[in-house]
Design a binder for this molecule. Structure first.
Ligand SMILES: [Zn+2]
Length: 261
């Protein structure tokens, strides 16, 4: 049953037309975007705003747990937060009229938003990009339809957190992964608990690489890397170091030889 629920949800998500990043098998993750990869959200923080209407009473807790899963990635260059609640309705959000975004909604009629209430517990949709290709809009929908088999209120907490975290992955710009252990794999029944696989970490870090050096030049006085910043500067120094040591060794060897002579 669960298998069917998640499998069917992938049909909707596939409308996002995922594009495979690498064909050599090194990565299994994909990015959303109609034929071309999108960039992640701009900035180093993103708040998701919940409209609590019709949601499970513990929706804040569920959201926080799902958000924490992504925030645990040490290389992630964006901090996810649960922002203030929103009054934006699902209709407004789907019409692209939400003033703050992304928003999270619990809907009581999945058919009204074009989704099958029996098989789809959650979906991410409505993603838009700005002129730079950065994501700047998204809508996360949770199934709260009474009597529906995929109503999140009837599913166990671990699965709902998994569903929300998976959909947040789509909101952030990830498509589905072919790695069956990944959170972004379409079938949640392959996972024992809501957690990230290395492939999810690779995918989200690709979209949101962390600038460990915060833009500062770590070797400010070194002429070799003057003007360079961040990672490139470290690489330049690491590349230059062996050559420097070699030249120093040669220099002292020659001095010793001169003294002996
Ligand atoms: Zn999905």
């Amino acid at each position: 049953m669960l298998n069917r629920i998640i499998q069917s949800s992938t049909i909707v998500t596939l409308l996002l037309a995922a594009v495979t990043l690498a064909s050599d098998g090194a990565f299994a993750f994909t990015l959303i975007g109609a034929g071309k990869a999108v960039k992640g959200w701009a900035g180093n923080a993103l708040e998701l705003h919940v409209n609590p209407d019709n949601c499970p009473g513990e929706v804040d807790d569920l959201m926080d747990k799902a958000i924490a899963i992504w925030n645990e990635v040490p290389t992630l260059g964006i901090l996810l937060k649960r922002g203030d609640d929103t009054r934006t309705t699902i209709d407004q959000a789907l019409a692209g009229a939400a003033s703050i975004t992304p928003t999270v909604h619990c809907v009581t009629s999945m058919a009204a938003v074009g989704l099958n209430p029996a098989v789809i517990p959650g979906v991410a949709t409505g993603q838009q990009v700005d002129s730079q290709g950065h994501l700047n809009y998204g809508v996360l929908i949770l199934n709260a339809e009474e009597g529906a088999a995929a109503n999140v209120k009837t599913l166990n907490e671990e699965l709902v957190v998994d569903v929300i975290a998976h959909e947040i992955g789509h909101i952030l710009g990830l498509g589905h992964s072919s790695d069956t252990s990944a959170l972004m794999y379409y079938d949640a029944s392959k996972r024992k608990k809501a957690s990230l696989a290395q492939d999810d970490v690779d995918g989200i870090t690709y979209l949101y690489p962390r600038d460990e050096l915060n833009g500062d030049n770590p070797f400010g006085g070194c002429a070799v890397i003057k003007g360079q910043r961040g990672r490139a500067a470290i690489d330049a120094t690491l590349l230059a170091l062996p050559a420097f040591l070699y030249l120093m060794t040669r220099f002292f060897q020659q001095r010793r030889r001169v003294r002996k002579a």
